[in-house]
Design a protein. Structure first.
Length: 66
């Protein structure tokens, strides 16, 4: 699976409608969220501010099993 250059998440190509796009300037693979279709550039090369989705790594409290 390719990895998006900007958000560093894997692009799951097995899902329907998901595509990996390639920037014409830098040649990097990016997800649909970070691709500017009109210019065929990634948001980094197009000069668009990149918003990265933040993951929450807070653990949920463990449930007691007795």
């Amino acid at each position: 699976m390719p990895v998006c250059k900007l958000c560093r998440e894997r692009i799951d190509l097995s899902r329907t409608g998901v595509r990996a796009r390639r920037c014409e300037r830098c040649g990097a693979a990016v997800c649909d969220e970070h691709f500017h279709g009109g210019r065929s550039l990634c948001h980094g090369c197009a000069g668009i501010k990149v918003s990265v989705r933040r993951r929450s790594f807070i653990r949920k409290p463990a449930t007691q099993t007795r």
